[in-house]
Ligand binder design. Structure first.
Ligand code: GLY
Length: 564
């Protein structure tokens, strides 16, 4: 009898252990043998994949995908914005490029404040004053020149064809255009293409953008920064009350940067350094959580959520204080990601009770960032990988649309701290690192990331989502590495986010268990399930054991994997 009970207990124990492992058939994304592109729109993924099929490499496909997103996904894809790309070549070389916008020469620290020192609503978000100097065209020409292999015609021509032929409106696109339509007349003097009540299955054609791309193809990068396009663009922005000049455009340069690379278990994680906060914050997060046995706690269990939340709280407090454009401010990068420092940061964490953000320095601002960036991941048939995240900042950027050139302008200036220098609750002066200065790049959260496992390419991923980008990338990597999900399952899994201030865990609504939410509240955590219907739209590619690729394209958007 005793033996029988023991066997029963053992059986129950094994069954309960098994519950943390997957029992149902795994949900898998597209599997390909040779190459893959995953992006926010099927048209862009297809153009990127076709470039690879023609014999181009991941860098050629990056240029094509970026430009195609400017056509097919004007919500965030762009040539009027900027972004970052991280790469890993087949020989293991890694690098990254920064084509982030920068502040115009005439920008000043207080340009968004009124005479009482208060932030003027919408000045940094809507219309011409919000526009930073766009970096995308400089970025793609730099990538193509240094790392591409195909002639630029074979990259840009398919995008011109797409712009002339037009793009079919999806249901989600119909909804987003409709949602933002009330803002377009506020930013534009005249009617724009997107004032039309576009419906699902309509085709939007982009002849003006096609013409701009034709000129860029003919005259190269200088067309955008010094040529006819530059002249039209600077005049257009000034006519609409902005400060960006032809000199700003002529001065713009994309910059190659050393990526942030760090280890977690047998993984090496390679991500974007300043002026993005992504890489440093991701390194802080992974190192703070490394001592905890997440795999045993289980995916999205009480303990896992506590560990991640407390690490996020501390990381975002540091972000707000220390990070900015490293060309302008000294960032103590080595110290910030040093193991002992991070161990000490977590020393006061207890599973018994939430830490209060008011007890965690540094910083004095809430991070309010727009969610409407976009990400694409590519692995080519040679084994090169890229992760690129690119943005106009807000949905359709500043909403200012240059009809003559056929594209939206960013509102990236809003990613600066508009009102730095006020002492925080600890008397510390925060956000100075990200104050506005002429020609400075605004701090970003974009986190294009490549992961190696035991020295081999393992994953490329990233996401839009403003400040939630970093925590979405973290959770997706953990979902694969700790919780043994497929790439698609890792992308699909419900996500949550904490960013120090406001002191709350944001959760995707109706995706977390009620008992779990109650238990978190009992421990002192505030839960917000209202404000973030979607946290991130992760697009990634996982290298499987048999060296095929699995795409994870986020169902939260129209994201699609295409490959061969
Ligand atoms: N504008 C969003 C970001 O750069 O993180």
């Amino acid at each position: 009898m005793h033996k029988y009970i023991l066997s029963l207990i053992l059986l129950l124990f094994l069954v309960s252990c098994k519950q943390t492992k997957k029992t149902a058939t795994p949900v898998k994304g597209l599997i390909t043998k040779n190459a893959m592109v995953v992006s926010a729109r099927v048209e862009a993924s297809k153009i990127g994949s076709d470039v690879l099929k023609k014999g181009g490499n991941a860098f050629d496909a990056m240029c094509a995908t970026q430009l195609a997103l400017a056509v097919a996904y004007p919500y965030a894809g762009n040539i009027g914005g900027g972004g970052f790309m991280v790469y890993r070549k087949v020989n293991g070389d890694i690098g990254s490029i920064d084509f982030r916008e920068k502040a115009p020469l005439a920008a000043t620290k207080d340009m968004y404040l009124d005479e009482n020192g208060e932030v003027i609503p919408e000045k940094s978000t809507l219309g011409a004053m919000a526009v930073g100097v766009p970096g995308t065209i400089a970025g793609i020409f730099e990538v193509h020149e240094k790392l591409g292999s195909l002639p630029i015609e074979s990259i840009i021509n398919p995008v011109i064809t797409l712009a002339n032929k037009g793009v079919i409106v999806t249901k989600k696109q119909e909804e987003t255009i409709k949602a933002y339509q009330p803002l377009f007349p506020k930013a534009n003097k005249d009617t724009i293409l997107f004032d039309t009540p576009w419906k699902q299955n309509d085709t939007i054609k982009y002849p003006a953008l096609a013409k701009t791309l034709e000129r860029i193809l003919k005259h190269g990068k200088d067309e955008f920064y010094k040529g006819e396009t530059a002249k039209i663009l600077a005049k257009f922005i000034q006519d609409n009350g902005g400060i960006l000049t032809e000199v700003d455009l002529a001065n713009y340069e994309a910059k190659w940067r050393t990526p942030v690379a760090f280890n977690y278990d047998e993984l090496k994680i390679i991500s974007m350094g300043p002026p993005s906060s992504g890489g440093i914050c991701l390194a802080q997060l992974f190192k703070m959580i490394e001592p905890f046995d997440l795999n045993t706690y289980g995916h999205n269990s009480l303990k896992t959520i506590q560990v991640l939340t407390e690490a996020e709280r501390r990381t975002y407090a540091d972000r707000s204080f220390y990070l900015g454009d490293s060309d302008f401010v000294d960032i103590p990068l080595e110290n910030l990601i040093e193991s002992n420092y991070l161990k000490n940061r977590m020393a006061d964490f207890s599973f018994k009770k939430a830490t209060l953000s008011s007890k965690v320095s540094h910083g004095n601002i809430q991070i309010i960032e727009s969610d409407e960036t976009t990400h694409y991941s590519i692995i080519d048939q040679f084994g090169n990988a890229i992760a690129a995240t690119t943005t106009l900042n807000g949905a359709f950027g500043s909403k200012l649309y240059c009809s003559e050139l056929g594209f939206f302008l960013n509102n990236e200036m809003d990613d600066f701290s508009s009102k730095p220098g006020a002492p925080n609750m600890f008397g510390l002066i925060g956000a100075e690192a990200n104050k506005i200065e002429p020609e400075k790049r605004m701090l970003s959260s974009m986190t294009p990331t490549i992961v190696e496992k035991n020295g081999n390419l393992y994953m490329t991923l990233g996401t839009p989502g403003g400040s939630t980008i970093i925590t979405s990338v973290l959770q997706t990597i953990l979902n694969v590495h700790e919780f043994e999900m497929t790439m698609q399952e890792a992308v699909n899994a419900p996500r949550f986010h904490h960013q120090w201030l406001p002191d709350e865990i944001r959760m995707e609504p109706n995706t977390f268990d009620r008992v779990l939410v109650n238990n978190l509240e009992k421990l002192g955590y505030s839960i917000n399930e209202k404000d973030s219907p979607v946290i991130g739209k992760v697009d990634g590619i996982l290298v499987l054991d048999d060296n095929t690729y699995e795409g994870g394209a986020d169902y939260r958007g129209d994201d699609t994997a295409v490959g061969f």
